[in-house]
Design a protein around this ligand. Structure first.
Ligand code: SF4
Ligand code: SF4
Length: 316
């Protein structure tokens, strides 16, 4: 009944051209106001999920801290439970990004693609990869991308810019949609001193960047930083907070609690530069130490030798 009513409310809102401008119809925020009035489950704009915490390309300043992560793959049993539960709590997630680390490293990747589509038939599902392993993917993978209507998001780092055409061609030849971006600049997200005002920083961050909440092992965080900072803390002996999340399996919560969580600041925002007036950026490099040590070292001792470029192509 709820689903029937939900689809009629959404479809009526889509068709109406009299009362409100088309833009507002398409806004999930506006649609959620109406859904709340009808006591329907909310629409969540975006969720990202790690299929692997680690990566085969250790970028300096990786915002998901993959260079500091242990070799950890998402567990399909847990993932099925999480997707099923999330689909009970919300009416839809507009866009779901499956990423990492490098998601193509996950040997069970096809099960994640089909599971995501099974529970979210109307979502835009994107698999975000650095592209290095694309040419090694088998037919089962490509069929699974087609069946689950996956878009491959290729985020290409400078050493591979010349591969852009070849990799795009590989994806298109399998009749899979592709979106390509070159990643030349990185943001230096972490301020170890925690010097920002939490809410102000969060509000500026959300005006500037799209919303990027993350689901990890049954917990939803307002963004990828608290969800992944554990690897960073572990490697550097820091204690950047990461305990503000919502457990989607808690019987006391509903979809509106999930929405509230992803639209709220957390203490982690104090340690983040995303809301600074000038967001610090740097050019891509394959050196994970430089990023951290420049903040940890005493003043005047920030000169650190960069690692030589050593890309691990077959890090399965
Ligand atoms: S390609 Fe670079 S930025 Fe992307 S997950 Fe791997 S290490 Fe991080
Ligand atoms: S930690 Fe807060 S301020 Fe930083 S990116 Fe996440 S939501 Fe934005």
């Amino acid at each position: 009944m709820q689903n029937w009513l939900a689809s009629h409310v959404d479809s009526a809102m889509k068709k109406s051209t009299v009362v409100l401008a088309k833009q507002r119809h398409n806004s999930y925020k506006y649609r959620n106001v109406v859904r709340k009035r009808f006591q329907l489950a909310p629409i969540i704009p975006y969720i990202e999920v790690h299929l692997a915490d680690h990566c085969n390309l250790n970028c300096k300043g990786c915002s998901h801290f993959a260079p500091f992560a242990d070799r950890v793959f998402a567990d399909i049993v847990q993932y099925k439970k999480d997707m099923e539960q999330l689909s009970r709590l919300v009416s839809n997630v507009r866009k779901i990004s499956l990423l990492g680390g490098e998601p193509l490293l996950n040997p069970n990747i096809t099960a994640f693609l089909s599971t995501t589509r099974k529970y979210f038939p109307n979502s835009d599902i994107q698999l975000i990869s650095n592209g290095i392993l694309l040419s090694t993917m088998n037919e089962e993978f490509w069929e699974s991308c087609q069946q689950a209507k996956i878009t491959i998001g290729l985020y290409i780092a400078p050493p591979f810019f010349e591969k852009q055409k070849k990799w795009t061609k590989i994806v298109k030849s399998h009749k899979v949609q592709v979106h390509v971006e070159r990643k030349g600049d990185f943001i230096d997200f972490i301020d170890i001193k925690g010097s920002s005002e939490q809410k102000e920083n969060f509000e500026r961050c959300r005006k500037r960047f799209p919303c990027f909440p993350m689901l990890k092992e049954g917990k939803i965080y307002n963004c990828f930083i608290p969800a992944t900072i554990q690897s960073f803390n572990h490697k550097h002996g820091t204690n950047i907070p990461n305990t503000e999340y919502i457990d989607i399996h808690d019987p006391q919560i509903n979809g509106w609690d999930v929405l509230r969580q992803i639209e709220s600041s957390t203490e982690t925002c104090k340690y983040c530069t995303a809301g600074w007036k000038e967001v610090p950026k740097f050019k891509w490099a394959q050196d994970t130490r430089l990023y951290v040590k420049s903040q940890l070292a005493p003043e005047g001792e920030t000169e650190i030798n960069e690692h030589p470029l050593t890309i691990k192509h077959s890090f399965k």
